[in-house]
Design a protein around this ligand. Sequence first.
Ligand SMILES: Cc1cc2nc3c(=O)[nH]c(=O)nc-3n(C[C@H](O)[C@H](O)[C@H](O)COP(=O)(O)O)c2cc1C
Ligand code: SF4
Length: 419
Amino acid sequence: MNYEPVLLRNIGKKLYKVADYVKEGGYSGLEKALQMKPEEITEEVKKANLRGRGGAGFPAGVKWSFVPKDIYPKYLVCNADESEPGTFKDRVLIEEDPHLLIEGCAISSYAIGANTCYIYIRGEYTKQADILEDAIADAYKEGIIGSKVMDSNFSLDIVVHRGAGAYICGEETGLLESLEGKRGQPRVKPPFPAVVGAFGKPTVINNVETLCCVPFIVSRGAEWFRSIGIDEKNCGPKLYAISGHVEKPGVYEFPMGITFEKLLEEAGGIWQGRKLKAFIPGGASAPVMTADDIGIPMSFDHLAKAGSMLGSAAVIVIDDNTCMVKVAKTIAHFFNHESCGQCTPCREGTNWLEYIIDKVLSGKATEKDIDLLTGVCNQIEGNCLCALGDAAAMSVRSIAIKFKEEFMKYVKKLTLVRE
Ligand SMILES: Cc1cc2nc3c(=O)[nH]c(=O)nc-3n(C[C@H](O)[C@H](O)[C@H](O)COP(=O)(O)O)c2cc1C
Ligand code: SF4
């Protein structure tokens, strides 16, 4: 596909020093932003329709405008926890272009009036955290951050905070609890973090990729950003992390809304000459799609309309040799393991999901158990504090409904049951 990458334009260039990044045009967005009023930047990001790349697709500029003007201090938190199964796009941005993230954090902090930015990074990303810390140290040395950012009156500290390997700490309020040194358990919302966030103060939380889009919006304008993509509400450059049964798994950048079919083609097609059975378009949280959905545009609204979601754009491709009951088991196990245990429907329900699927796999289930499985999903959905419970329910239920005949094969003992 003829597309000039934006977010991945510096891949392989190893621009770890400020001087090298500046040679490639880096920090010009920050320089321009510092000449603008903070509210003008927020307005431009709003006009760009930049929707959050962490999962929910909430418009970033709108979120920024919820921050109360008269309460200080305020914080920016960059969510680099990236623990959704199948998701590995933020890792590439941090590892390959750390100054792009620093620039995005600096502009966004200036726009919301924050003088401290925390980058909460997945504990397993040790190499990426080291690269980021080195780049931040160089940015301090070169006057890009610290007191008087690029000789302006704006000051900014950026702190890297390493997580300890819990998926729930990617949920924004679980993250805040963890950042404050407490057990990572989501908070009741409202109040939303934009009003009561880190240390009780107004806090904007944005994903790595979302923040990396900001320097380009400032330097090239909202109209340019909106001109990329399938429509005005689903626009901008987009990273897709493709894994599973494809010839060339990896992180690909395309305009928002490329079709799944085209993405698959770019990733070399299904491996070993096999056929497509299913795909998960947005990480383990997203309901499964079947081979019939191959032409779907990979955008927030198109996938939502089709009953799934773009989520973190972690595209997991599943070939026709795969047992979908085992896929459901893997997903149920993940959510059962990662549930923080605060809400009964999620804590008990995810355990039941895994238990019932295990029963199916052992050949001891009846058709009633499959109805029970979808029934438990219905009991979890909408009855939990955070989206983890909903994600577990929607994802497992979609497999149990769309691939019921595979579950029935185990019930009817038409499938070889392996221990
Ligand atoms: C269980 C759970 C895990 C999440 N993990 C992440 C994550 O690893 N990274 C991320 O950016 N957002 C994650 N999110 C979404 C965040 O709560 C939040 O919506 C996001 O960081 C906001 O940034 P954005 O608006 O730029 O997308 C997760 C949400 C849930 C419910
Ligand atoms: S839904 Fe699950 S993960 Fe989220 S707060 Fe409740 S128990 Fe914890």
